[in-house]
Design a protein around this ligand. Structure first.
Ligand SMILES: [Fe+2]
Ligand SMILES: [Fe+2]
Length: 264
């Protein structure tokens, strides 16, 4: 089983200053096509939030046009730049999206459970899992204690050392940690938001950040709040479940690179 995780496409309409700087829709299209046409084909594509940059309907319409290029099931998650109502109304055919409330849901693939959490606080760059969302998560985990489970969410629950981004991280992350400590079937957490490839451990669970399909955040580890973007190559992640049920994750550059040497 293979899941391609893409994150933070920040799709925007033509002509804005943001679009002129990053060409996000074009880059998302390149990334999605590369993931969807990978051999062997992924069984699903998961996009962990900041689907569009301004939460607006025209940007979601562009996102939808690009997503519809593939037949592979696509699962969408909320980021801080997203709008629940507009996301819902743009994708009425994505039946896994709850009809109201938070955009949290679970689905199964090959005996494994996938959970998407919604960390969005409308109008805020940071995220949170409030009591209601945590209770939903705990209920879902209690339903399938034996099933290996992966959690997808936008805001990572751990500090990265990039202060400006950590300042807009997940509030009260320890409350998620307390739940994970009671449910050891959770084997991985996959996030977005940081626009960099970062790996850590959170309350005994390996937690990994998927880079953005568009711009990267500069690796700035000083104590100041400097925040800058860079044109480092865009990436997505390929999560591959091996025969032992473990997950092997590969970083994949979205842009093509020439083959330098080859042997069959
Ligand atoms: Fe983002
Ligand atoms: Fe974000």
């Amino acid at each position: 089983m293979i899941i391609a995780q893409l994150s933070d496409p920040h799709v925007d309409v033509d002509g804005t200053e943001f679009h002129n700087l990053y060409q996000t829709a074009e880059k998302f299209k390149v990334a999605l096509d590369k993931a969807a046409n990978f051999s062997p084909k992924p069984d699903a594509i998961v996009i962990t939030g900041d689907l569009v940059n301004c939460g607006d309907a025209p940007s979601y319409a562009i996102l939808k046009d690009i997503i519809e290029r593939t037949e592979i099931p696509v699962y969408l998650g909320m980021g801080n730049h997203d709008c629940r109502d507009t996301l819902r109304s743009t994708f009425p055919d994505h039946s896994y999206i709850p009809k109201n409330g938070f955009i949290q849901y679970a689905w199964e693939m090959n005996g494994h459970k996938m959970i998407m959490l919604d960390t969005n606080i409308p109008g805020e760059p940071g995220g949170v899992l409030c009591k209601q969302r945590l209770e939903w998560l705990e209920k879902s985990l209690k339903e399938d204690p034996e099933k290996p489970t992966v959690i997808f969410m936008h805001h990572p629950p751990f500090k990265t050392g990039i202060k400006a981004m950590d300042d807009m991280g997940l509030a009260d992350a320890h409350k998620l940690g307390e739940i994970l400590e009671k449910h050891d079937q959770v084997i991985r957490i996959f996030c977005g938001h940081l626009h960099r490839s970062i790996l850590s451990n959170f309350h005994g669970v390996q937690a990994q950040i998927c880079p953005s399909t568009t711009h990267n955040i500069v690796l700035h580890l000083e104590k100041s709040s400097r925040l800058a973007t860079t044109s480092e190559p865009s990436e997505f992640l390929l999560h591959i479940w091996n025969d032992e049920g473990d997950i092997v994750t590969h970083n994949c550059f979205t842009e093509p690179s020439p083959i330098l040497w080859e042997k069959e």
